[in-house]
Design a protein around this ligand. Structure first.
Ligand SMILES: [Cu+2]
Length: 135
């Protein structure tokens, strides 16, 4: 996907309030009927997503339906290109969020595409979202 034209850039921030515990995507807990983004994606396109982690623990970000390619982790370019459906988003260090950049492909299947932290307790406490993908 390295040479693919990018249809959009999106930002995803993973954060948490461990005392609750509550877990957030872009400051919100998961709610069906409230997509993470106002702007849908489109089948046949590739987007660049920047995923940051402001918390003190790693979050394995998992995307349903189609694979992505990691291009950089904490500013370091990924050593070789391949497709995957989960990537560790590193914890914050001294207030600097962990940061992963991916290229997400939308090769088929219009509908609602889920993504979430793959630690079940985090997902169950809100660290999940979805994007509308249009034909
Ligand atoms: Cu998590």
């Amino acid at each position: 996907l390295s040479g693919a034209p990018l249809a959009q850039h999106r930002s995803i921030e993973l954060s948490e309030d461990p005392s609750a515990p509550n877990f957030f995507v872009n400051g919100r807990q998961f709610s069906m009927g409230a997509p993470t983004f106002d702007t849908p994606a489109k089948v046949g396109t590739v987007e660049e997503w920047t995923i940051t982690n402001t918390s003190g623990e790693d979050h394995p970000f998992h995307m349903h339906t189609d694979a992505f390619q990691v291009t950089a982790v904490n500013g370091i370019p990924a050593p070789y290109p391949h497709r995957q459906d989960t990537v560790i988003v590193p914890h914050a260090v001294n207030g600097t969020p962990g940061r992963v950049v991916i290229r997400q492909q939308f090769s088929d299947y219009p509908g609602l595409w889920m993504f979430h932290c793959h630690i079940a307790a985090h997902e169950d406490h809100g660290m999940m979202g979805y994007i509308q993908v249009n034909p």
